[in-house]
Design a protein around this ligand. Structure first.
Ligand code: NAG
Ligand code: NAG
Ligand code: NAG
Ligand code: NAG
Ligand code: NAG
Ligand code: NAG
Ligand code: NAG
Ligand code: NAG
Ligand code: NAG
Length: 174
């Protein structure tokens, strides 16, 4: 009885504070130019990524001008096509903020990487803990098979590499 009431109150608090018009709607917010978050807002096409950052409390990280990292940033289309191909619904993903955080941290390498520094095959440890593989051939540069479609976007001390798909860490079950 008591537990039930507590659960109800918790449910009410959560429902009251987090309201999304659709699973991945995004509200723009002011942040200083040049941060990763600001650059993503300026480039458009990253509203899904910014919403996922919000859900997983990583917005502050993307607004941190002292940060010196590489963000492999998936476009809106890249995220939706990857989820569709894997038969994963957006609403299933956004429900689990821990999962969202693991996925996003798998897109961040804790050092700035320019594409000129890549050799044919490279392995980088991400904030999530697992490695991503960057390969380079005559066609282009690929991260776990997804192409870097916009290279070396500067954001303070960090670098954004735009990719056309969502990187899912190994061993993750959605
Ligand atoms: C960021 O720069 C854009 C133009 O590049 C400008 O329109 C905008 O007002 C600036 N935002 C801030 C917070 O300085
Ligand atoms: C950005 O969004 C526009 C409009 O939705 C689309 O036409 C374009 O292909 C997108 N670009 C990328 C790189 O995803
Ligand atoms: C998420 O976005 C809302 C509205 O845009 C904002 O009030 C809130 O502080 C954001 N949360 C985080 C963790 O950034
Ligand atoms: C911003 O990043 C720097 C460098 O990683 C870190 O020392 C600092 O604590 C971060 N600030 C916030 C508010 O997270
Ligand atoms: C996709 O998921 C739905 C619901 O879980 C299921 O009914 C459907 O069979 C799945 N399709 C494929 C191609 O895996
Ligand atoms: C994000 O912050 C909210 C509110 O503080 C918390 O309920 C939630 O568990 C946090 N999510 C993650 C992934 O840290
Ligand atoms: C959220 O995702 C994590 C990582 O995949 C998983 O360990 C956890 O069980 C999930 N939580 C829920 C409530 O599904
Ligand atoms: C992961 O990448 C790091 C370099 O960032 C490398 O030292 C390590 O051997 C890699 N681990 C695996 C399992 O590939
Ligand atoms: C380059 O690598 C990508 C990703 O692995 C692959 O799809 C493409 O076919 C490769 N191109 C060539 C010319 O080998």
């Amino acid at each position: 009885m008591y537990v039930k009431a507590l659960c109800f109150i918790l449910l009410f608090v959560v429902a009251g504070t987090v309201t999304y018009a659709s699973p991945l709607s995004y509200t723009s917010r002011a942040s200083s130019n040049d941060t990763i978050a600001a650059e993503l807002e300026k480039m458009k096409n990253f509203t899904t990524l910014l919403t996922l950052a919000n859900i997983s409390n990583l917005t502050g990280t993307l607004e941190n001008a002292s940060l010196s990292v590489t963000l492999f940033a998936p476009t809106n289309d890249g995220i939706s096509s990857t989820l569709k191909a894997a038969n994963i619904s957006e609403s299933a993903v956004v429900k689990n903020s821990t999962l969202v955080k693991m996925i996003l941290e798998y897109h961040i390498v804790p050092q700035p990487l320019k594409t000129s520094s890549f050799s044919a095959v490279n392995s980088f440890k991400t904030l999530e803990g697992s490695n991503i593989t960057v390969t380079k051939n005559n066609t282009g540069i690929f991260v776990n098979g997804f192409e870097i479609i916009k290279m070396n976007v500067k954001a303070d001390k960090s670098i954004i590499q735009v990719i056309d798909g969502l990187l899912i860490p190994p061993g993750i079950v959605v």
